[in-house]
Write a protein that binds this ligand. Structure first.
Ligand code: PEP
Length: 256
């Protein structure tokens, strides 16, 4: 069975004091060996403070972006090695805000994915269509194009370490969630696409949903076929709501 994931994307929120307080409170509320992979993706400035704390595996840490080189003249960028050095194991690549606000191309995302894996980081690869793309009927094409860009640049084994997050751009931070059939269909497109390349990988890879997940809809969304957990933005900023969502995932798996 695929171990479910509850991943937080704090975006550009939280100072080191706020992040440390969050981690401390979360640690006090979760079991030593939670049934869910809990990953907090923080800004690079706070990652070192939280990533190098008590060395146990109940909470894992990730960055929200990385460069594809490990060092060099890239002012303002942070490399995969630097992220590892902060005690993080994960990095988000291809988040829609990076693609759409900062102009990252499919090729950039593929290079980041590849560099992250080579450095020993585990990528959370975000893919998803815009509203225009959905309305013009090109959701499937966009998802496959985004996946294909990464697969063509990477050894398939690199995906063993990865998680994919399906995040329709129009559902991120808008309060609008995709409906059950839209999510189920997109997840199936992703798994089928991978199935054509590697059957074992397709059955093992975790595919998350992201887009306005909150305590009130988590229980319903986790029941959708093919959804292995969530990437949560806004609702991950408070320990209570993030815990409630994580608990919802855990309860669903407990029920079998
Ligand atoms: C995200 O930032 O990846 C995200 C899904 O945000 P939100 O949950 O706020 O829609």
């Amino acid at each position: 069975m695929r171990k479910p994931v509850s991943a937080a994307n704090w975006k550009m929120h939280k100072t080191s004091g706020e992040a440390s307080a969050f981690v401390e409170e979360l640690r006090s509320k979760i079991l030593d060996e939670p049934q869910v992979d809990i990953i907090l993706c923080a800004s690079s400035t706070v990652l070192f403070h939280i990533g190098t704390g008590p060395n146990e595996s109940a909470i894992q840490f990730g960055a929200q972006n990385c460069h594809w080189e490990n060092e060099g003249a890239f002012t303002g960028e942070v490399s995969p090695e630097m992220i590892l050095d902060c005690g993080a194991q994960w990095v988000i690549v291809g988040h829609s805000e990076r693609r759409h606000l900062f102009g990252e191309t499919d090729e950039d995302v593929a290079r980041k994915f590849s560099a992250a894996v080579s450095a020993g980081l585990r990528p959370i690869l975000c893919i998803g269509e815009t509203l225009d793309e959905r309305q013009s009927g090109s959701t499937s094409e966009v998802i496959k194009r985004q996946l294909s860009a990464v697969i063509s640049q990477t050894e398939e084994e690199a995906f063993d370490q990865a998680v994919i997050a399906y995040e329709p751009v129009w559902a991120i931070g808008t309060g609008i969630t995709a409906d059950t059939s839209q999510i189920e269909e997109a997840h199936q497109i992703i798994r089928d696409f991978i199935m054509n390349k590697d059957e074992k990988l397709a059955t093992e890879i975790r595919i998350l949903y992201g887009g306005s997940v909150k305590p009130g809809n988590a229980a319903e969304l986790i029941g959708i076929e093919g959804v292995d957990g969530f990437l949560v933005g806004g609702a991950s900023l408070s320990v209570d709501s993030f815990m409630e969502i994580t608990q919802g995932i855990s309860d669903h798996y407990d029920k079998g």
